[in-house]
Design a protein around this ligand. Structure first.
Ligand code: ARG
Length: 461
Protein backbone atom coordinates (compact mmCIF):
# COMPACT_ATOMS: atom_id res chain seq x y z
CA UNK A 1 0.00 0.00 0.00
CA UNK A 2 1.37 3.40 -0.97
CA UNK A 3 2.43 5.97 1.60
CA UNK A 4 -0.48 8.02 2.86
CA UNK A 5 1.56 11.29 2.86
CA UNK A 6 2.54 11.09 -0.81
CA UNK A 7 0.69 8.07 -2.15
CA UNK A 8 -0.95 10.05 -4.96
CA UNK A 9 1.92 9.46 -7.29
CA UNK A 10 2.79 5.94 -6.12
CA UNK A 11 1.19 2.70 -7.19
CA UNK A 12 2.99 0.45 -4.72
CA UNK A 13 4.45 0.64 -1.26
CA UNK A 14 8.14 0.51 -0.33
CA UNK A 15 10.24 -2.63 0.12
CA UNK A 16 10.70 -3.67 3.72
CA UNK A 17 14.36 -2.69 3.62
CA UNK A 18 13.42 0.69 2.12
CA UNK A 19 11.32 1.37 5.20
CA UNK A 20 14.01 0.07 7.46
CA UNK A 21 16.85 2.21 6.13
CA UNK A 22 14.61 5.23 5.70
CA UNK A 23 12.83 5.37 9.04
CA UNK A 24 14.28 7.68 11.66
CA UNK A 25 11.41 7.58 14.14
CA UNK A 26 13.34 5.31 16.51
CA UNK A 27 15.67 8.20 17.33
CA UNK A 28 14.08 11.41 16.06
CA UNK A 29 11.08 10.99 18.34
CA UNK A 30 13.37 12.85 20.74
CA UNK A 31 12.39 15.94 18.74
CA UNK A 32 8.67 15.70 19.49
CA UNK A 33 8.46 18.72 21.79
CA UNK A 34 10.32 20.89 19.30
CA UNK A 35 8.20 19.59 16.45
CA UNK A 36 4.96 20.46 18.22
CA UNK A 37 6.32 23.82 19.25
CA UNK A 38 7.28 24.59 15.65
CA UNK A 39 3.89 23.47 14.36
CA UNK A 40 2.07 25.68 16.85
CA UNK A 41 4.10 28.70 15.76
CA UNK A 42 3.56 27.85 12.10
CA UNK A 43 -0.20 27.37 12.53
CA UNK A 44 -0.60 30.62 14.47
CA UNK A 45 1.20 32.42 11.67
CA UNK A 46 -0.87 30.73 8.93
CA UNK A 47 -3.98 31.96 10.74
CA UNK A 48 -2.70 35.47 11.27
CA UNK A 49 -1.92 35.95 7.56
CA UNK A 50 -5.25 34.42 6.57
CA UNK A 51 -4.13 31.08 5.13
CA UNK A 52 -6.11 29.03 7.65
CA UNK A 53 -9.19 29.98 9.66
CA UNK A 54 -9.35 30.66 13.36
CA UNK A 55 -11.39 27.47 13.76
CA UNK A 56 -8.69 25.48 12.00
CA UNK A 57 -6.07 27.00 14.29
CA UNK A 58 -8.12 26.11 17.34
CA UNK A 59 -8.51 22.55 16.11
CA UNK A 60 -4.78 22.25 15.38
CA UNK A 61 -3.87 23.58 18.80
CA UNK A 62 -6.23 21.19 20.52
CA UNK A 63 -5.06 18.26 18.41
CA UNK A 64 -1.38 18.95 19.08
CA UNK A 65 -2.05 19.28 22.81
CA UNK A 66 -3.75 15.90 22.70
CA UNK A 67 -0.79 14.41 20.84
CA UNK A 68 1.65 15.85 23.38
CA UNK A 69 -0.36 14.18 26.13
CA UNK A 70 -0.33 10.87 24.26
CA UNK A 71 3.42 10.99 23.81
CA UNK A 72 3.97 11.92 27.44
CA UNK A 73 1.73 9.06 28.59
CA UNK A 74 3.40 6.62 26.22
CA UNK A 75 0.22 5.88 24.29
CA UNK A 76 1.16 7.57 21.01
CA UNK A 77 1.12 5.02 18.17
CA UNK A 78 4.59 5.57 16.68
CA UNK A 79 4.84 4.06 13.22
CA UNK A 80 7.94 3.13 11.22
CA UNK A 81 5.97 3.38 7.99
CA UNK A 82 5.50 7.08 8.72
CA UNK A 83 9.30 7.44 8.74
CA UNK A 84 9.93 10.25 11.14
CA UNK A 85 8.56 12.33 13.98
CA UNK A 86 7.23 14.99 11.61
CA UNK A 87 5.00 12.66 9.62
CA UNK A 88 4.03 10.66 12.67
CA UNK A 89 2.68 13.74 14.37
CA UNK A 90 1.09 15.21 11.24
CA UNK A 91 -0.67 11.95 10.36
CA UNK A 92 -1.93 11.54 13.89
CA UNK A 93 -3.18 15.13 13.87
CA UNK A 94 -5.25 14.46 10.76
CA UNK A 95 -6.53 11.29 12.36
CA UNK A 96 -7.66 13.27 15.37
CA UNK A 97 -9.01 16.47 13.78
CA UNK A 98 -9.51 15.71 10.08
CA UNK A 99 -9.31 18.49 7.43
CA UNK A 100 -7.72 21.14 9.64
CA UNK A 101 -4.83 18.78 10.36
CA UNK A 102 -4.24 18.41 6.63
CA UNK A 103 -3.89 22.18 6.25
CA UNK A 104 -1.01 22.45 8.73
CA UNK A 105 1.67 21.57 6.18
CA UNK A 106 0.77 24.54 3.94
CA UNK A 107 3.88 26.62 3.10
CA UNK A 108 6.07 24.19 4.97
CA UNK A 109 8.25 21.20 4.11
CA UNK A 110 9.85 18.60 6.30
CA UNK A 111 13.11 20.17 5.19
CA UNK A 112 12.58 23.47 6.96
CA UNK A 113 10.62 21.68 9.67
CA UNK A 114 13.47 19.36 10.66
CA UNK A 115 16.04 22.12 10.40
CA UNK A 116 13.91 24.18 12.79
CA UNK A 117 13.23 21.34 15.21
CA UNK A 118 16.86 20.36 15.34
CA UNK A 119 18.04 23.91 15.96
CA UNK A 120 15.57 24.18 18.82
CA UNK A 121 16.80 20.87 20.24
CA UNK A 122 20.47 21.83 19.97
CA UNK A 123 19.72 25.22 21.53
CA UNK A 124 18.19 23.52 24.58
CA UNK A 125 21.10 21.10 24.72
CA UNK A 126 23.57 23.99 24.69
CA UNK A 127 21.74 25.59 27.61
CA UNK A 128 21.92 22.33 29.53
CA UNK A 129 25.63 21.80 28.90
CA UNK A 130 26.40 25.43 29.77
CA UNK A 131 24.56 25.10 33.11
CA UNK A 132 26.46 21.90 33.94
CA UNK A 133 29.72 23.53 32.92
CA UNK A 134 29.09 26.45 35.25
CA UNK A 135 28.34 24.07 38.09
CA UNK A 136 31.60 22.19 37.56
CA UNK A 137 33.51 25.47 37.35
CA UNK A 138 32.04 26.55 40.69
CA UNK A 139 32.93 23.23 42.30
CA UNK A 140 36.50 23.51 41.01
CA UNK A 141 36.78 27.10 42.21
CA UNK A 142 35.55 26.15 45.69
CA UNK A 143 38.09 23.35 45.93
CA UNK A 144 40.75 25.75 44.64
CA UNK A 145 39.97 28.28 47.35
CA UNK A 146 40.23 25.53 49.94
CA UNK A 147 43.59 24.47 48.48
CA UNK A 148 45.00 27.90 47.65
CA UNK A 149 48.20 27.26 49.61
CA UNK A 150 48.41 23.47 49.35
CA UNK A 151 51.74 22.73 47.63
CA UNK A 152 51.97 20.14 44.91
CA UNK A 153 54.63 19.50 42.31
CA UNK A 154 54.09 21.25 39.00
CA UNK A 155 55.14 19.09 36.08
CA UNK A 156 56.49 19.55 32.60
CA UNK A 157 57.13 16.37 30.60
CA UNK A 158 55.57 14.72 33.68
CA UNK A 159 58.90 15.46 35.41
CA UNK A 160 58.74 17.48 38.63
CA UNK A 161 59.42 21.04 37.51
CA UNK A 162 58.52 23.71 40.09
CA UNK A 163 56.20 23.81 43.09
CA UNK A 164 52.67 25.02 42.41
CA UNK A 165 49.56 25.01 44.55
CA UNK A 166 46.80 22.46 44.14
CA UNK A 167 44.39 25.39 43.97
CA UNK A 168 46.27 26.91 41.05
CA UNK A 169 46.18 23.58 39.25
CA UNK A 170 42.41 23.28 39.71
CA UNK A 171 41.86 26.85 38.52
CA UNK A 172 43.67 26.02 35.29
CA UNK A 173 40.69 23.79 34.48
CA UNK A 174 38.25 26.54 35.43
CA UNK A 175 39.90 28.71 32.77
CA UNK A 176 39.59 25.93 30.17
CA UNK A 177 35.95 25.31 31.05
CA UNK A 178 35.29 29.05 30.90
CA UNK A 179 36.47 29.05 27.30
CA UNK A 180 34.42 25.92 26.58
CA UNK A 181 31.40 27.75 27.94
CA UNK A 182 32.02 30.79 25.77
CA UNK A 183 32.50 28.61 22.68
CA UNK A 184 29.11 27.00 23.34
CA UNK A 185 27.41 30.35 23.81
CA UNK A 186 29.12 31.74 20.74
CA UNK A 187 27.73 28.87 18.66
CA UNK A 188 24.33 29.43 20.23
CA UNK A 189 24.30 33.01 18.95
CA UNK A 190 24.99 31.92 15.39
CA UNK A 191 22.50 29.05 15.61
CA UNK A 192 19.67 31.26 16.74
CA UNK A 193 17.99 31.94 13.39
CA UNK A 194 14.78 30.35 12.21
CA UNK A 195 14.75 28.19 9.05
CA UNK A 196 10.96 27.84 9.26
CA UNK A 197 9.26 29.08 6.10
CA UNK A 198 12.19 28.23 3.84
CA UNK A 199 9.91 25.39 2.76
CA UNK A 200 11.46 22.62 0.65
CA UNK A 201 14.35 24.73 -0.67
CA UNK A 202 13.10 27.75 -2.59
CA UNK A 203 10.75 29.53 -0.20
CA UNK A 204 7.02 29.70 -0.84
CA UNK A 205 4.44 31.66 -2.80
CA UNK A 206 2.19 31.94 0.26
CA UNK A 207 2.25 35.30 2.07
CA UNK A 208 3.86 33.88 5.22
CA UNK A 209 5.43 35.91 8.01
CA UNK A 210 8.75 34.32 8.87
CA UNK A 211 9.57 37.04 11.36
CA UNK A 212 6.51 36.10 13.35
CA UNK A 213 7.38 32.40 13.61
CA UNK A 214 11.03 33.24 14.34
CA UNK A 215 9.99 35.40 17.24
CA UNK A 216 7.48 32.90 18.57
CA UNK A 217 10.22 30.27 18.71
CA UNK A 218 12.72 32.52 20.46
CA UNK A 219 14.96 33.01 17.42
CA UNK A 220 16.63 36.33 16.76
CA UNK A 221 15.16 36.38 13.25
CA UNK A 222 14.63 34.24 10.13
CA UNK A 223 17.54 32.73 8.18
CA UNK A 224 18.34 34.74 5.08
CA UNK A 225 18.66 32.13 2.34
CA UNK A 226 16.24 29.24 1.94
CA UNK A 227 18.78 26.90 0.29
CA UNK A 228 21.25 27.45 3.09
CA UNK A 229 18.59 27.13 5.75
CA UNK A 230 17.37 23.66 4.77
CA UNK A 231 20.71 22.14 3.97
CA UNK A 232 23.34 23.38 6.33
CA UNK A 233 24.11 21.70 9.62
CA UNK A 234 27.01 23.82 10.74
CA UNK A 235 25.16 24.73 13.93
CA UNK A 236 25.29 21.06 14.92
CA UNK A 237 28.92 20.80 13.85
CA UNK A 238 29.92 23.84 15.85
CA UNK A 239 28.21 22.33 18.86
CA UNK A 240 29.97 18.99 18.35
CA UNK A 241 33.27 20.78 17.77
CA UNK A 242 32.87 22.73 20.99
CA UNK A 243 31.90 19.52 22.82
CA UNK A 244 34.95 17.73 21.39
CA UNK A 245 37.24 20.42 22.77
CA UNK A 246 35.42 20.43 26.08
CA UNK A 247 35.55 16.63 26.31
CA UNK A 248 39.29 16.80 25.64
CA UNK A 249 39.62 19.15 28.63
CA UNK A 250 37.55 16.85 30.83
CA UNK A 251 39.66 13.94 29.64
CA UNK A 252 42.87 15.64 30.74
CA UNK A 253 41.46 16.29 34.19
CA UNK A 254 40.18 12.71 34.32
CA UNK A 255 43.64 11.45 33.40
CA UNK A 256 45.15 13.53 36.19
CA UNK A 257 42.66 12.13 38.69
CA UNK A 258 43.68 8.65 37.57
CA UNK A 259 47.33 9.58 38.11
CA UNK A 260 46.80 11.34 41.44
CA UNK A 261 44.86 8.44 42.90
CA UNK A 262 47.29 5.80 41.59
CA UNK A 263 49.34 3.87 44.14
CA UNK A 264 52.74 5.28 43.07
CA UNK A 265 51.51 8.92 42.94
CA UNK A 266 49.32 8.72 46.04
CA UNK A 267 48.49 12.46 45.77
CA UNK A 268 44.80 12.08 46.48
CA UNK A 269 42.01 9.62 47.03
CA UNK A 270 38.40 9.23 45.97
CA UNK A 271 35.84 7.99 48.47
CA UNK A 272 33.92 4.74 48.07
CA UNK A 273 31.26 6.75 46.27
CA UNK A 274 33.54 7.26 43.26
CA UNK A 275 35.56 4.07 43.39
CA UNK A 276 34.92 0.53 42.22
CA UNK A 277 36.45 -2.71 43.36
CA UNK A 278 37.86 -5.67 41.52
CA UNK A 279 36.06 -8.99 41.11
CA UNK A 280 39.26 -10.86 41.85
CA UNK A 281 41.70 -8.55 43.69
CA UNK A 282 40.11 -7.72 47.05
CA UNK A 283 42.44 -4.80 47.77
CA UNK A 284 41.71 -2.79 44.60
CA UNK A 285 40.13 0.68 44.44
CA UNK A 286 39.68 1.76 40.85
CA UNK A 287 38.79 5.25 39.55
CA UNK A 288 36.37 3.94 36.90
CA UNK A 289 34.34 7.14 36.61
CA UNK A 290 37.45 9.14 35.75
CA UNK A 291 38.47 6.51 33.24
CA UNK A 292 35.03 6.62 31.63
CA UNK A 293 35.13 10.40 31.34
CA UNK A 294 38.47 9.96 29.60
CA UNK A 295 37.01 7.17 27.47
CA UNK A 296 33.83 8.99 26.43
CA UNK A 297 35.97 11.68 24.85
CA UNK A 298 36.61 9.18 22.07
CA UNK A 299 32.99 8.88 21.10
CA UNK A 300 32.36 12.63 21.29
CA UNK A 301 35.24 13.33 18.92
CA UNK A 302 33.97 10.46 16.78
CA UNK A 303 30.49 12.02 16.68
CA UNK A 304 31.99 15.28 15.44
CA UNK A 305 34.00 13.56 12.71
CA UNK A 306 30.99 11.42 11.75
CA UNK A 307 28.75 14.40 11.03
CA UNK A 308 31.51 16.41 9.40
CA UNK A 309 32.10 13.48 7.05
CA UNK A 310 28.37 13.14 6.29
CA UNK A 311 28.13 16.80 5.32
CA UNK A 312 31.31 17.31 3.34
CA UNK A 313 30.11 16.11 -0.07
CA UNK A 314 26.46 17.15 -0.10
CA UNK A 315 25.28 19.34 -2.97
CA UNK A 316 22.65 21.96 -2.15
CA UNK A 317 20.03 21.76 -0.94
CA UNK A 318 18.57 18.95 1.22
CA UNK A 319 19.60 15.32 0.82
CA UNK A 320 18.57 12.44 3.03
CA UNK A 321 22.16 12.02 4.21
CA UNK A 322 21.33 14.89 6.54
CA UNK A 323 19.07 12.61 8.54
CA UNK A 324 22.33 11.16 9.86
CA UNK A 325 22.86 14.43 11.74
CA UNK A 326 20.84 13.52 14.80
CA UNK A 327 22.31 10.39 16.34
CA UNK A 328 25.85 11.76 16.68
CA UNK A 329 24.49 14.86 18.40
CA UNK A 330 22.23 12.87 20.72
CA UNK A 331 25.10 10.53 21.53
CA UNK A 332 27.55 13.34 22.25
CA UNK A 333 25.06 15.15 24.48
CA UNK A 334 24.41 11.99 26.47
CA UNK A 335 28.14 11.43 26.88
CA UNK A 336 29.04 15.00 27.87
CA UNK A 337 26.09 15.22 30.27
CA UNK A 338 27.24 12.09 32.09
CA UNK A 339 30.86 13.22 32.01
CA UNK A 340 30.17 16.68 33.44
CA UNK A 341 28.01 15.28 36.22
CA UNK A 342 30.55 12.58 37.12
CA UNK A 343 33.39 15.09 37.04
CA UNK A 344 31.49 17.51 39.24
CA UNK A 345 30.97 14.68 41.73
CA UNK A 346 34.60 13.57 41.67
CA UNK A 347 36.00 17.07 42.08
CA UNK A 348 33.77 17.60 45.12
CA UNK A 349 34.73 14.17 46.46
CA UNK A 350 38.49 14.04 46.01
CA UNK A 351 40.67 14.32 49.13
CA UNK A 352 44.21 15.56 48.65
CA UNK A 353 46.94 13.70 50.53
CA UNK A 354 48.45 16.92 51.91
CA UNK A 355 51.70 15.49 53.28
CA UNK A 356 52.54 13.49 50.19
CA UNK A 357 51.78 16.41 47.85
CA UNK A 358 53.92 18.74 49.94
CA UNK A 359 56.79 16.26 50.06
CA UNK A 360 56.76 15.75 46.30
CA UNK A 361 56.41 19.49 45.67
CA UNK A 362 59.96 19.90 46.96
CA UNK A 363 61.38 16.68 45.53
CA UNK A 364 63.78 16.38 42.61
CA UNK A 365 65.36 19.82 43.22
CA UNK A 366 62.07 21.52 42.39
CA UNK A 367 63.34 24.87 43.74
CA UNK A 368 66.42 24.96 41.51
CA UNK A 369 64.88 27.77 39.46
CA UNK A 370 64.41 29.77 42.69
CA UNK A 371 68.10 29.32 43.38
CA UNK A 372 69.07 30.55 39.91
CA UNK A 373 66.69 33.52 40.26
CA UNK A 374 68.34 34.37 43.62
CA UNK A 375 71.78 34.46 41.94
CA UNK A 376 70.42 36.87 39.34
CA UNK A 377 68.73 39.09 41.92
CA UNK A 378 71.37 39.11 44.67
CA UNK A 379 74.65 38.69 42.77
CA UNK A 380 73.58 40.33 39.48
CA UNK A 381 74.72 37.21 37.64
CA UNK A 382 73.25 36.95 34.10
CA UNK A 383 70.47 34.33 34.06
CA UNK A 384 72.25 32.00 31.65
CA UNK A 385 75.30 31.96 33.98
CA UNK A 386 73.06 31.47 37.00
CA UNK A 387 71.45 28.52 35.24
CA UNK A 388 74.88 26.94 34.78
CA UNK A 389 75.98 27.56 38.38
CA UNK A 390 72.72 26.10 39.68
CA UNK A 391 73.17 23.07 37.44
CA UNK A 392 76.54 22.42 39.09
CA UNK A 393 74.97 22.73 42.55
CA UNK A 394 72.19 20.31 41.59
CA UNK A 395 74.79 17.84 40.33
CA UNK A 396 76.66 18.16 43.63
CA UNK A 397 73.49 17.58 45.69
CA UNK A 398 72.47 14.68 43.49
CA UNK A 399 75.86 13.02 43.90
CA UNK A 400 75.56 13.27 47.69
CA UNK A 401 71.90 12.30 47.60
CA UNK A 402 70.79 15.39 49.54
CA UNK A 403 68.37 18.23 48.86
CA UNK A 404 69.68 21.64 47.71
CA UNK A 405 69.02 23.24 51.09
CA UNK A 406 71.16 20.53 52.72
CA UNK A 407 74.32 21.62 50.88
CA UNK A 408 76.65 23.44 53.32
CA UNK A 409 77.47 27.06 52.45
CA UNK A 410 81.22 26.41 52.04
CA UNK A 411 80.53 23.70 49.48
CA UNK A 412 78.21 25.97 47.51
CA UNK A 413 80.97 28.59 47.55
CA UNK A 414 83.35 26.26 45.75
CA UNK A 415 81.04 26.73 42.77
CA UNK A 416 80.28 30.45 43.23
CA UNK A 417 82.28 32.20 46.01
CA UNK A 418 79.84 35.10 46.40
CA UNK A 419 76.93 32.89 47.56
CA UNK A 420 75.89 33.77 51.13
CA UNK A 421 73.50 32.58 53.83
CA UNK A 422 70.57 34.41 52.23
CA UNK A 423 70.31 31.73 49.57
CA UNK A 424 68.65 29.29 51.99
CA UNK A 425 65.64 31.56 52.27
CA UNK A 426 64.46 30.74 48.75
CA UNK A 427 64.98 26.98 48.72
CA UNK A 428 61.93 25.79 50.60
CA UNK A 429 58.62 25.10 48.92
CA UNK A 430 56.53 27.71 50.73
CA UNK A 431 58.96 30.55 49.94
CA UNK A 432 59.03 29.45 46.33
CA UNK A 433 55.24 29.48 46.15
CA UNK A 434 54.88 32.80 47.96
CA UNK A 435 57.31 34.44 45.54
CA UNK A 436 55.32 33.56 42.40
CA UNK A 437 53.23 36.72 42.53
CA UNK A 438 53.43 37.66 38.86
CA UNK A 439 49.98 38.06 37.31
CA UNK A 440 48.54 34.60 36.73
CA UNK A 441 51.26 32.98 38.89
CA UNK A 442 50.81 30.33 41.55
CA UNK A 443 51.35 32.37 44.75
CA UNK A 444 48.64 31.43 47.31
CA UNK A 445 47.49 35.04 47.43
CA UNK A 446 46.96 35.09 43.66
CA UNK A 447 45.11 31.79 43.81
CA UNK A 448 42.77 33.00 46.55
CA UNK A 449 41.94 36.13 44.55
CA UNK A 450 41.42 34.22 41.30
CA UNK A 451 39.20 31.61 42.96
CA UNK A 452 37.10 34.29 44.63
CA UNK A 453 36.82 36.17 41.36
CA UNK A 454 35.51 33.09 39.59
CA UNK A 455 33.07 32.32 42.36
CA UNK A 456 31.74 35.85 42.20
CA UNK A 457 31.43 35.64 38.41
CA UNK A 458 29.61 32.36 38.73
CA UNK A 459 27.34 33.86 41.38
CA UNK A 460 28.35 31.40 44.03
CA UNK A 461 30.36 33.55 46.39
N1 ARG B 1 13.60 12.74 8.71
C1 ARG B 1 14.16 13.70 7.82
C2 ARG B 1 15.48 14.19 8.39
O1 ARG B 1 15.72 13.96 9.52
C3 ARG B 1 13.23 14.85 7.66
C4 ARG B 1 13.37 15.57 6.37
C5 ARG B 1 12.95 14.70 5.24
N2 ARG B 1 12.88 15.44 4.01
C6 ARG B 1 12.81 14.84 2.85
N3 ARG B 1 12.77 15.60 1.82
N4 ARG B 1 12.81 13.54 2.73
O2 ARG B 1 16.28 14.77 7.71
Amino acid sequence: QANMQWGGRFAAGPAAIMNEINASISFDQALWRQDIRGSLAHAAMLCKVGIISADDLKAIEGGLAGIAAEIEQGTFPFSDALEDIHMNIEARLSERIGEAGKRLHTARSRNDQVATDFRLWVRDAIDGVVAQTESLMATLAKRALENASQPMPGFTHLQIAQPVTFGHHLLAYVEMLGRDRSRLLDGRRRLNQSPLGSAALAGTSFPIDRHMTAQALGFDGPTRNSLDAVSDRDFALEFLGALSIQAMHLSRLAEEIVQWTSTPFNFASLSDAFTTGSSIMPQKRNPDAAELVRGKTGRITGDFIALLTVMKGLPLAYAKDSQEDKEPVFDAVRAITLSLAAMDGMVADITPNRERMREMAGAAFATATDLADWLVRELKVPFRTAHHVTGQLVAMAEKRDVALEQLPLEDMRTVEPRIHQGIYSVLDVDSSLASRTSFGGTAPENVRCAAQEWLARLNQA
